[in-house]
Design a protein around this ligand. Structure first.
Ligand code: ADP
Length: 621
């Protein structure tokens, strides 16, 4: 028998043990009951037949009656003894004949002959003679042997009444009867034990026939539970167990199939979660994180280990704003600001429940969507609208007040002319601003097409700067209030670049105008041009008041001015550099500024440049 200790149960709990044990006990109990009834009946029958066997025949009884009725006692005793000697019954140990007076008249036992003629001492015999009723009983001798005693009265038929004339005392050894029964019991017990033994052996065989396939099925199901789907259960027989084994094999195939489906679904889900641009967080019912995808880890700047099993309230830092109960009851969106000094980051967190159809809630799913850009655009739009309204309101208010003053009538002709002049200047500035705005809006919406042509940049730059020199030499009306000197430091090489001439002129004009505007009288403006790494770099440096470091990046923002009042006074719209930036970027170039406050500023423009002069293609032109 397999004594191996199995997982989960002991050997004595196994079918291997229980089945033969129960079988053996059943057999033993059956044999016990059958044996008890059988032995009881056998013994009763044996005793019954024994009693019949020890009964004296009627002939003997009659002969004894005849002898006892004889008057000659001597002769009668002799005939009684002769008769007793002739009784041939091996079961009987002793026969004694007693007459009605209690005198022993004969004994089958030779040793007891001396008793003949003496009075009997046996009370039972006396009682039988007295009562005239037979008596039987079982006694034991000194050795412990069982004896059967039968005392029968002898009657003489005189007249109408039966008179007791004596009694026959018969003693028979019962041991052989019991011995024979005992030997039968012994045989029966031995047979029972052998039968039980064979029964047990059969039970073991049956148990093994049942448990071997069950054991194999058990092992296979354990393997399947561990996720090992290899191998299958052998079908031993075409019965319930065989069917069971087949079902287990089918089941294993199904489990494997569904496991594969689940795995591939999980992989797909993981892929989706990993490559999603949104952050995803999953929690259990108590709001503790059970899932966090890479995007969410990145957004929250923590690892999966750091996040798992922590409350979503702490992870999103919203404990002060809400509770898990609130999230479950109302899943409205929330804006979360994770901005750092280095980086602005705003996420929209939308919550939903993982719920069964019955309403049971498994947990919460939170999707984090990056709305930084959207927020920035919204903010810029709001700022832009407020800027535009503000920019237009100021000149409009001043124009209105001048017109009011003029309509009321001004006596001084010079003041009147001045008022008209201011109103006109302000109106011009507003028109300029509106035009700039329209220009920007066209560029924003991509409606502006560049009119590209290959130009010699040295010539073009020179041409623009010459115009500024010309202004200085112009008549008084056009002549600016400030004086300046333009210095040129150009590379000798002709640089041919593809660009939209008109728009490029607009950009340089703007930078040059700024350089003049924000410089003191008589300043030097240095214009440089050089070629480096497939790029043309132009720079315009002034000796003006410069731009504070913190504002350097903002000068290209719409409506940004370092000093608002001053810029407006100079007629600036705050849109010039913003437009310049758009134009240069449309040319795939870059524009940036550098400045030392109080010393001056330098504006740089880089444009992509292909050196055709070194290529073969150039020669073909
Ligand atoms: P504006 O019409 O006001 O000149 P711009 O967009 O051309 O608008 O310039 C934006 C701001 O950048 C200006 O208001 C000014 O404060 C600053 N700025 C531009 N160029 C210079 C410069 N050369 N020196 C000092 N500040 C300058």
């Amino acid at each position: 028998m397999n004594k191996k200790k199995h997982r989960g149960f002991k050997f004595w709990q196994s079918i291997h043990f229980k089945f033969p044990l129960v079988f053996a006990l059943l057999l033993l109990v059956t044999f016990q009951i059958v044996g008890a009834i059988f032995v009881q009946n056998l013994r009763t029958e044996n005793i019954k037949s024994f009693k019949q066997r020890v009964e004296l025949s009627t002939y003997v009884d009659n002969s004894l009656i005849a002898s006892l009725q004889k008057t000659d006692t001597e002769a009668a005793n002799k005939s009684i003894i002769r008769l007793l000697e002739n009784v041939n019954n091996e079961n009987i140990t002793q026969i004694q004949v007693v007459d009605s007076k209690g005198t022993i008249r004969g004994d089958s036992n030779v040793n007891n002959r001396s008793l003949v003629g003496q009075k009997t001492t046996n009370g039972d015999v006396k009682q039988v003679i007295y009562k005239g009723r037979s008596l039987t009983k079982t006694t034991y001798n000194r050795e412990g042997n069982r004896y059967y005693i039968s005392i029968t009265p002898l009657f003489s038929a005189s007249g109408n009444t039966n008179t007791v004339i004596g009694a026959v005392y018969v003693r028979a050894n019962m041991e052989p009867v019991y011995n024979s029964t005992n030997s039968v019991v012994l045989i029966f017990a031995t047979a029972s034990l052998i039968a039980t033994g064979i029964g047990m052996a059969l039970a073991v065989m049956i148990a093994r026939a049942i448990t071997t396939p069950i054991e194999e099925m058990r092992r296979q199901t354990q393997k399947v539970a561990r996720g090992d789907y290899s191998g299958h259960v052998r079908v031993y027989s075409e019965d319930e167990l065989g069917d069971f084994a087949r079902n287990i094999n089918d089941l294993a195939v199904r489990v494997e199939d569904s496991q594969e489906t689940i795995d591939s679904e999980r992989r797909r889900l993981n892929m989706v979660l990993t490559h999603m641009s949104d952050g995803v967080l999953g929690t259990d019912r108590r709001g503790n994180i059970t899932l966090i995808n890479e995007m969410a880890q990145e957004a929250l700047n923590l690892s999966e280990e750091e996040a798992l099993n922590k409350s979503i309230l702490d992870i999103l830092d919203i404990r002060k704003k809400t509770t898990i109960r609130d999230l479950i009851e109302d899943q409205s969106d929330m804006l979360l600001d994770f901005s750092t000094p280095e980086r602005e980051q705003i996420w929209n967190a939308s919550f939903s429940l993982i719920q069964k159809e019955t309403g049971f809630i498994y947990g919460i799913v939170c999707v984090l969507h990056d709305v930084t850009e959207q927020q920035r655009i919204d903010r810029e739009r709001r700022e832009f609208v407020s800027n535009v309204s503000h920019e237009l309101r100021t000149p409009l208010t001043s124009v209105r007040s001048y017109i009011e003053a003029l309509s009321e009538g001004i006596d001084d002709a010079q003041t009147e002319a001045h008022f008209f002049n201011v109103a006109q200047k302000e109106t011009d500035r507003m028109i300029r601003m509106i035009n700039d705005l329209l220009n920007l809006s066209r560029m924003d919406s991509g409606r502006v097409k560049l009119n590209l042509e290959l130009v010699n940049l040295n010539e073009l730059f020179n041409y623009i700067l010459n115009r500024f020199d010309m202004i200085l030499d112009g008549n008084d009306e056009q002549k600016p209030q400030k004086n300046y000197t333009i210095k040129r430091e150009f590379t000798a090489k002709d640089l041919w670049v593809e660009l939209d001439t008109d728009r490029f002129i607009q950009v340089i004009d703007n930078i040059m105008n700024n350089a003049i505007k924000y410089s003191p009288d008589g300043g030097v403006i240095t214009c440089r041009m050089l070629e480096s790494n497939n790029q043309v770099i132009l720079s315009i440096s002034d000796q003006g008041l410069g731009i504070p470091r913190k504002d350097l990046n903002h000068v290209f923002d719409r409506f940004f001015r370092v000093d608002k009042a001053r810029s407006r006074a100079q007629g600036g719209t705050g849109l010039g550099l913003a437009i310049s930036k758009e134009v240069i970027e449309m040319h795939q170039g870059k524009i940036w500024a550098d400045s030392i406050e109080g010393k001056g500023s330098t504006f740089y423009i880089s444009l992509p440049y292909q050196d055709y002069s070194q290529g073969d293609e150039w020669d073909e032109f």
